[in-house]
Design a protein. Structure first.
Length: 397
């Protein structure tokens, strides 16, 4: 087989890129290791930035999210028994949309199939050859058969544990990493949201987050030590933890109910530089991971797809590589802005064991500043709703 671009991985990065390339008449093949049903039900994050929704609107993929997504014009910060609202509309004129990642993946897969464009699920043993040559090749197994596809470019969109980054020779990539000594215990519960906006809580017991997936389903998180065993957290202990950390009053009265999904997410900040090796370009979690506190992972994956689709559009329109050669530089500017914000949100809202009381006081003071200074609140709001995409090299329709 032959195509122009092989996309490894059908997450937000791969599927958004596939759609942007298709709109530019660029052929691509999407290879996904898991079954369609799995990727369309896998529970992940659920906050879409303003620029992400605008892009999805522009490319005709926001139909269902506009109907089923929940537009929020602010978030709440809760600490020291008081609730504070960060008013995005007032501070930035923008909003966020709460829409489950798996629903977005479902929409992107449906669009690809509706366009009659190739996507293979349940592929096995993907191997990348010749990425440092001008004739890259991808080999994989599908339906028990060995397959080979030649292409011009490979987009590694296979997440943190994928094969793309791992296929780059040692010494090429510089790794920047920070692993946090805690994780997030996340639940999905059949309960009505106890607040009409997300509630981020800082508490002596640790961080908590009250989020939602709809009028009858909440998504909630508790900070727990890294290496926690879920078996040590029966439902009652989780509700006790949420009640203590989220408190009550100020419009929040936590409703408890059946928990139908429980998971643990490690917390890390991770970036590799460059985000390219020859004809292999890394996007999304394959190149960078942010702690979930800033709700940025999905949005950063979409931002990378925008940058690469522009570079490829320019390449196939002109035969030149110079725009593609700026891929890493263009992506990393946003990646580090988002890393800084996500690390900062994590630092001011979590209990970080082993730190000096002096540092704890500094973080508490910073949080207090956010709720007492318009300038500080605006910084949080601008980052949270999503930094504007750089213009002038936006993708071309
Ligand atoms: N071959 C083919 N597909 C693979 C392989 C492989 N060897 N390894 C992984 N995949 C697939 C996974 O099954 C998954 O569907 O690649 C996809 C990667 O998708 P994501 O992990 O969602 O990564 P990305 O598209 O970069 O989106 C990042 O997703 O995980 C969230 O919190 C994360 O919000 C962030 C966003
Ligand atoms: C979620 O709804 O899953 C969610 C919301 C905000 C975050 C992280 C996750 O910061």
């Amino acid at each position: 087989m032959r195509t122009q671009v092989v996309i490894v991985g059908a997450g937000p990065a791969g599927l958004t890129l596939a759609h942007l390339l298709h709109r530019q008449g660029i052929d691509c093949l999407v290879l996904e290791a898991r079954a369609r049903e799995h990727i369309e039900t896998r529970v992940r994050a659920g906050v879409l930035e303003h620029p992400t929704v605008d892009l999805l609107d522009e490319i005709g993929l926001a139909g269902r999210l506009r109907v089923e997504g929940m537009t929020h014009h602010g978030i709440r910060l809760r600490f020291d028994h008081a609730m504070h609202r960060i008013d995005f509309a007032d501070l930035t004129g923008a909003a966020i949309t709460v829409y489950a990642q798996q629903e977005l993946v479902k929409d992107l897969v449906a669009a690809r199939l509706a366009d009659g464009q190739p996507i293979l699920f349940d592929v096995d043993d993907v191997r990348l050859d010749g990425v440092d040559t001008d004739r890259p090749r991808v080999r994989f197994r599908h339906d028990g058969r060995e397959r080979t596809v030649d292409c011009d470019v490979i987009a590694g969109c296979d997440g943190f544990h994928g094969i793309s980054r791992a296929s780059i020779p040692a010494g090429v990539l510089t790794v920047h990493e920070r692993v946090y000594p805690f994780a997030w215990l996340g639940i999905l519960a059949q309960t009505r949201p106890s607040c009409d906006e997300l509630v981020y809580a800082r508490h002596p017991d640790g961080f908590a987050l009250h989020s939602m997936r709809g009028p009858e389903v909440t998504r909630q998180y508790l900070q727990v030590p890294a290496g926690t065993d879920l078996a040590d957290w029966p439902d009652e202990r989780i509700w006790t933890g949420l009640r203590r950390r989220l408190g009550h009053g100020d419009g929040l009265d936590l409703e408890e109910g059946p928990i139908f999904d429980k998971s643990l997410a490690p917390m890390r900040s991770f970036v590799v530089e460059p985000m390219r090796y020859g004809r292999l370009f890394l996007l999304g979690d394959a190149a960078h991971i942010v702690p979930a506190t800033g709700a940025k992972g999905l949005n950063l994956a979409v931002a990378d797809a925008r940058v690469l689709s522009y570079g490829l559009g320019h390449h196939y329109a002109t035969g030149r590589w110079d725009e593609l050669d700026r891929y890493t530089e263009r992506c990393l500017r946003r990646v580090w802005q988002v890393q800084q914000f996500s690390w900062w949100m994590t630092a001011i809202l979590h209990r970080i064991g082993g730190t000096q009381p002096f540092d704890e006081r500094l973080r508490a003071a910073e949080l207090d500043r956010v709720v007492s200074s318009r300038a500080a609140a605006t910084t949080l709001a601008e980052n949270y709703v999503g930094l504007p995409f750089a213009t002038g090299w936006a993708w071309r329709g």
